[in-house]
Design a protein around this ligand. Structure first.
Ligand code: ADP
Ligand code: ADP
Length: 219
């Protein structure tokens, strides 16, 4: 079938001459959840930025449906002057969803995120884990086909991080998006993913890739 995300011999050099990626070829099938691991500077973030269109590649081909893309960073990037509900409605607002429809979807996503009761709180009153849950809810409200995660749990304490790993598995099992998850943590990658892709640096390349067999099916 058709890949959800495809990199074909993609190279990328920044204007200052730094080569971030060297002939990266990667095909991610619909429903896969792929983690990308590797040392700092190996091009993990650059790969996500190219997939999202935030940066442009130098050569090769990229295919992804950018109309249907979710993207989350380590910094949850909630708007501080909007309450949780209005933050979760934000992307739907920008897409012109009908107000009643976006309210319904936002409340549903807030409940799935375990944030019921916090709709009218400002982000500053939330813990780091709750901010991240709200940020995920905001993206999931658009029902993205592909979801890019750039080290989203890197700033959270270990217990919160483990909880969010389980919550994320539940969310992707339910909403069935294709995931690309950048992390420094190999245990996290192995725990979350159907496939782990390993990169090395100077310049950024894929050096290994392996499938994870789950002890029980996640359906
Ligand atoms: P990772 O996410 O794996 O830590 P990055 O994708 O952030 O790696 O960076 C890959 C390489 O590109 C690194 O050598 C980094 O220093 C370089 N780089 C990242 N952003 C820029 C930029 N805006 N200009 C020049 N070089 C950059
Ligand atoms: P558009 O016409 O721009 O695609 P719509 O407001 O018609 O926008 O929304 C698209 C459809 O996707 C709606 O019918 C909505 O119910 C559905 N939808 C989108 N995200 C979700 C979600 N997270 N949960 C349930 N339904 C969703």
């Amino acid at each position: 079938g058709n890949a959800a995300l495809m990199f074909d011999a993609v190279s990328m050099t920044f204007p200052d001459g730094t080569q971030a990626l060297d002939t990266v070829t990667l095909a991610i099938q619909p429903g896969e959840f792929v983690s990308i691991v590797g040392p700092s500077g190996c091009g993990k973030s650059t790969l996500l930025k190219l997939a999202s269109g935030l940066e442009s590649h130098t050569s090769g081909d990229i295919w992804v449906d950018r109309d249907s893309l979710g993207y989350t960073f380590q910094d949850a990037t909630l708007l501080p002057w909007r309450k949780v509900l209005a933050n979760v409605e934000l992307l739907m607002e920008l897409r012109g969803f009908d107000p009643a429809e976006r309210r319904r979807i936002a409340l549903e996503q807030i409940e799935l995120a375990g944030l019921s009761g916090f709709e009218n709180h400002y982000p500053r009153r939330l813990s780091g884990g709750m901010k991240m849950r709200a940020s995920l809810a905001r993206s999931l409200a658009l029902n993205p086909a592909v979801f890019l995660f750039d080290e989203p749990f890197g700033a959270l304490d270990e217990i919160t991080r483990e909880r969010l790993n389980d919550e994320l598995i539940a969310l992707y099992t339910r909403q069935k998006f294709t995931g690309v998850f950048v992390t420094h943590s190999i245990p996290e990658a192995v725990y979350l993913s159907t496939k782990v892709v390993v990169m090395s640096k100077r310049p950024g390349r894929i050096v290994a890739s392996f499938d994870i067999a789950f002890p029980e099916p996640r359906t």
